[in-house]
Design a protein around this ligand. Structure first.
Ligand SMILES: [Zn+2]
Length: 257
């Protein structure tokens, strides 16, 4: 069975990927690329829900995102350190799935787990290409590491138009019924039963939508997800590269202007 992936996205906690790059993941899956994901922790320190509930929610969200695989590296939540042991867990994952593109969290973040995860993952991606780091697998380094946005904004290297997959992204987010506000309420944890968090209110869902609107506006799309490359982008033929972007985009999105 083919295991190699075109894209591997790694999040710190279950639901991070859905919030930050879920629209892009399902867009790429719709393009027939092999897209997989992994979470560093089971989110057991989260204020609401439990690791068991979140595992089921993650499985539901992964189906919405059409992921080929969704792994969990079982690093203890709240104790994400850039140690050799943790890097080896990530290196084994990267060497197993050999993704062309790797997506990891941006290093500027409110939550320190994300800050630490960013450095751990970036270093593991680099070391995965070093043959003398032994895991019993062939060494492999992803062609590019793309940073997705956290709660702090960033000036992106590029923005993916997720207008066509925004609804799927929100559906994947709402699979985490223990974490997010649920106005329908059917079968979900009652909001009154658990403490409120930064993402458990209706306002939080509006913020996610506004954020996608904000980055979408940068490219004349209804919704967008931003990514950052640390390296400069090598383009051998700028004419062909930019020809992929339709000239009519602004007129299409804002017909009255
Ligand atoms: Zn997180």
């Amino acid at each position: 069975m083919q295991e190699s992936l075109d894209v591997l996205a790694i999040g710190t906690h279950p639901d991070d990927l859905e919030i930050t790059c879920g629209g892009t993941l399902v867009l790429l899956a719709n393009c027939e690329y092999r897209v997989g994901a992994a979470d560093l922790t089971a989110g057991e320190l989260g204020t609401r829900g439990s690791a068991e509930i979140r595992a089921q929610e993650t499985a539901n969200a992964s189906r919405v995102l059409k992921l080929c695989v969704r792994e969990n590296l079982n690093i203890p939540d709240g104790n994400i350190e850039n140690t050799l042991e943790n890097r080896l867990r990530v290196i084994r994952l990267i060497r197993r799935y050999r993704p062309r593109l790797l997506m990891i969290p941006h290093w500027e973040e409110r939550h320190y787990d994300h800050v630490r995860a960013s450095l751990l993952l970036a270093e593991a991606a680099f070391q995965s290409g070093l043959p003398k780091i032994e895991t019993g697998q062939a060494c492999f380094r992803p062609f590019r590491t793309l940073y997705y946005q956290g709660r702090m904004g960033m000036r992106p290297s590029f923005v993916v138009d997720i207008s066509a997959t925004f609804d799927a992204k929100m559906q994947a987010i709402l699979s985490y019924r223990s974490q997010f506000h649920n106005s329908a309420g059917s079968g979900a944890l009652d909001d009154a039963d658990e403490p409120q968090t930064m993402i458990s209110t209706a306002y939080a869902l509006e913020v996610i939508e506004a954020n996608c609107r904000y980055y979408g506006a940068m490219i004349g799309a209804r919704y967008g997800e931003p990514f950052l490359l640390k390296e400069s982008l090598e383009i051998s033929d700028p004419v062909a590269f930019f020809r992929q972007i339709p000239d009519t985009k602004q007129a299409h999105v804002f017909p009255a202007l």
